[in-house]
Design a protein around this ligand. Structure first.
Ligand code: ATP
Ligand code: MG
Length: 259
């Protein structure tokens, strides 16, 4: 009998110690969450600002090579102004995600958001042999944080462009209402993705673009789709992909159309 009571006491002490250890670990984890979020946010900011700066540096180079072309110089300056403003909006938006603050979602017209992304890309797709088709009603609205969802579109469009750079093709962006959501499809007729890779593409730092730009090969950081997943999660939205090697890829996003 005495030994049973002693065993119970011992178990009770172990339980108390375990509870204290759990509490200590929880506090430690909470302390680490802040720096971890800041690390992710810094990476997200750097990645998205790089997306905006890359086309600007080509424009600046073009303008410098044509000092008498006033129209070109003005265009380059306007693009610099637009993309710099966008860069500071991105910074603000990503830091607020890291701080655990929810950014205000608004009802916004989808077509305007998509057109604006193409302006920020500063690139004539037809020069790469890529035809762009946009099919959506001008009135279609989504409930989103504009700057965040636009960076999702930008990453998907850049990936689609990369996949068609060698042979050209068609980039189609379609959107339509589907019950309480809007479904947005970004489709390319590019290289496609091998079945065994599909499960990996949303992982941070997974990339098949390991060349160096100086060698004329595509260079990727493998962060574009990881970024998209994070933003889609923030929107309680969803993203999926269908791809056929040699034929092309379609990304589908479903986002709420209202609160
Ligand atoms: N539309 C697409 N067509 C073919 N492959 C794609 C497409 N989109 C993504 N992928 C594959 O998924 C990988 C991961 O894409 P992700 O955007 O995350 O990184 P990345 O484009 O390689 O680099 P970056 O960080 O510059 O975006 C790509 O390297 C590519 O292999
Ligand atoms: Mg990418």
């Amino acid at each position: 009998m005495a030994s049973i009571i002693e065993k119970r006491r011992c178990l009770h002490r172990q339980l108390i110690n375990q509870k204290q250890e759990n509490e200590d670990l929880r506090c430690e984890l909470k302390g680490l969450q802040g720096p971890a979020n800041m690390g992710i946010a810094s990476y997200m900011i750097a990645h998205e600002i790089n997306n905006l700066l890359t086309p600007l540096s080509s424009y600046a180079e073009l303008a410098l090579r044509n000092p008498d072309d006033k129209a070109l110089i003005e265009k380059a300056l306007r693009k610099t102004k637009r993309n710099s403003r966008r860069a500071s909006e991105i910074m603000e938006s990503m830091l607020s995600i890291a701080n655990g603050q929810k950014q205000e979602k608004v009802i916004c017209k989808l077509r305007g958001l998509v057109d604006d992304v193409f302006k920020c890309l500063c690139r004539d797709f037809t020069k790469d042999g890529i035809k762009v088709k946009i099919e959506m009603s001008d009135d279609l609205e989504i409930y989103a944080v504009p700057v965040q969802i636009q960076q999702v579109f930008m990453n998907l469009i850049l990936n689609a462009r990369d996949s068609m750079l060698s042979l050209g093709g068609t980039l189609s962006i379609r959107a339509y209402e589907k019950s309480t959501c809007v479904q947005i499809e970004i489709q390319d007729t590019g290289a496609g993705i091998e079945a065994e890779m599909i499960g990996k593409i949303f992982e941070p730092f997974f990339t098949t673009k390991s060349g160096t730009e100086t060698a004329g090969k595509q260079r990727g950081y493998g962060f574009g789709l990881a970024f998209c997943s994070r933003i889609i999660e923030e929107h309680n939205a969803s993203i999926s992909v269908d791809s056929e090697p040699g034929k092309g890829t379609t990304f589908r996003i479903r986002v709420n159309k209202s609160k």
